[in-house]
Write a protein that binds this ligand. Structure first.
Ligand code: GTP
Ligand code: MG
Length: 372
């Protein structure tokens, strides 16, 4: 509001400039219509007209991160939610085979119609309880998303092939999980193979503080064959057990918020994004700000291509209706109406452009000094 003059203010308040000048005169302030007013004067005057000038200014629509504060949920409405699991491990140790097995055996259960599509995440079911698996390449999911401050993973499943043991990317995965603070469940894979040595894997991992319970530690190890489907149910049980320890909860009653898992531009449907709902319930028709863009949820589908009307916490859904393609790890928040979603989205895009410009000028300056 700095630099606003009497004329601007009269327009804003839908009053005559003469009336404003007179009012200010009565308050002991002598002005003309082109004189700029300071913030205090504007506030006093606005208050005189029954308007709280400060209120609107203090709410920064573009600051969507504030919706992720714990204070933004109601304790009383907290309900258990499904764990969100990322599968990581060294090349060829069996991540995809495991995910494929889970998808085949669990996802179709009790769901009608649809053809399985890759949406970057899906849910498996055991004894009526859901587990959400992120299907993006583990490392990329962690680095890209965490770079944007989105920590969506609750539990890491570390796949280690029993015939190959701990390898460079195994260690990398352990480090990712450690810095994200997620517990690790070790799936010792390929136990069906000749030459498989699960005990050796367990011994090797002790050097990385992953000590099995039978050796006095607290890390859960499950010996599996992703190919044969051996002990997979036990693995799911252990994931649920770990989830119970974590007491994962969310408030399904607040306006939905969450993170983008992946996004792309579809020729026919426009921007298509998979988002994970982290709090609240997402509905078709909801106005949203997503990263630096915005829109209104036009369609919402699960990994089976089934249309959904709403999605509760820990549910991954593919959505359409955004104006642009967001990035993996971007946060989304449902706004009160389309107008504020648009305002927030545009403001965020503007700030992002400014940031790029500012960063750009620093580089230019550096370049200048370096060439001197
Ligand atoms: P990247 O995506 O390249 O990092 O590999 P990945 O970890 O996804 O491994 P993938 O699932 O593609 O498996 C690699 C190879 O191991 C494939 O030929 C699988 O058939 C085989 N494989 C995976 N799990 C098992 C298992 O439990 N037993 C046996 N015998 N082979 C397996
Ligand atoms: Mg793979």
């Amino acid at each position: 509001k700095v630099g606003m003059n009497v004329q601007d203010l009269s327009k804003l308040l839908h009053r005559d400039t003469a009336e404003i000048i007179k009012k200010l005169f009565l308050l002991g302030i002598v002005t003309n219509q082109n004189q700029s007013l300071d913030e205090d004067t504007i506030e006093i005057l606005a208050a005189d007209y029954g308007i709280d000038a400060k209120q609107k200014e203090e709410e920064d629509l573009a600051d969507i991160d504030r919706f992720f504060d714990e204070a933004q949920v109601n304790e009383e409405n907290l309900a258990p939610r499904a764990p969100v699991v990322t599968i990581m491990g060294h090349v060829d140790h069996g991540k995809t085979t495991l995910l494929d097995y889970l998808r085949k055996t669990n996802v179709t259960e009790g769901e009608a119609g649809g053809i399985t599509q890759h949406i970057g995440a899906y849910q498996a079911r055991l004894d009526g309880r859901l587990i959400t698996f992120l299907d993006t390449p583990g490392h990329a999911a962690f680095t890209e998303m965490r770079a944007r401050g989105a920590n969506v993973t609750d539990i890491t499943v570390l796949v280690v092939a029993a015939d190959d043991g701990v390898q460079p990317q195994t260690i990398e995965a352990i480090n990712h999980a450690k810095s994200a603070g997620t517990p690790v469940i070790v799936a010792v894979n390929k136990i069906d193979k000749e030459g498989a040595n699960p005990e050796q894997v367990m011994n090797q991992l002790m050097a990385y503080d992953l000590v099995p319970e039978e050796y006095g530690g607290s890390t859960i190890f499950v010996k599996i064959s992703a190919k044969k489907g051996e002990n997979i149910e036990q693995l799911l049980e252990m994931i649920l057990l770990e989830a119970d320890v974590l007491e994962l909860q969310a408030d399904p009653t607040v306006p939905a918020r969450g993170s983008v898992i992946e996004a792309r531009l579809d020729k026919g449907r426009g921007p298509v994004s998979t988002v994970l709902v982290q709090q609240g319930t997402l509905h078709v028709g909801d106005p949203v700000v997503v990263g630096n863009t915005y829109g209104r949820i036009r369609t919402m589908q699960n990994e089976k291509g089934v249309d959904l009307k709403e999605a509760k916490p820990a549910t991954p859904v593919q959505i359409t209706g955004l104006n642009e393609v967001p990035s993996a790890g971007d946060r989304f928040v449902v706004m009160a109406d389309e107008k504020s979603a648009r305002a927030a989205g545009e403001e965020r895009a503007k700030r992002a452009r400014e940031e790029v410009r500012n960063a750009g000028s620093v580089v230019t300056l550096d370049t200048l000094f370096n060439t001197m």
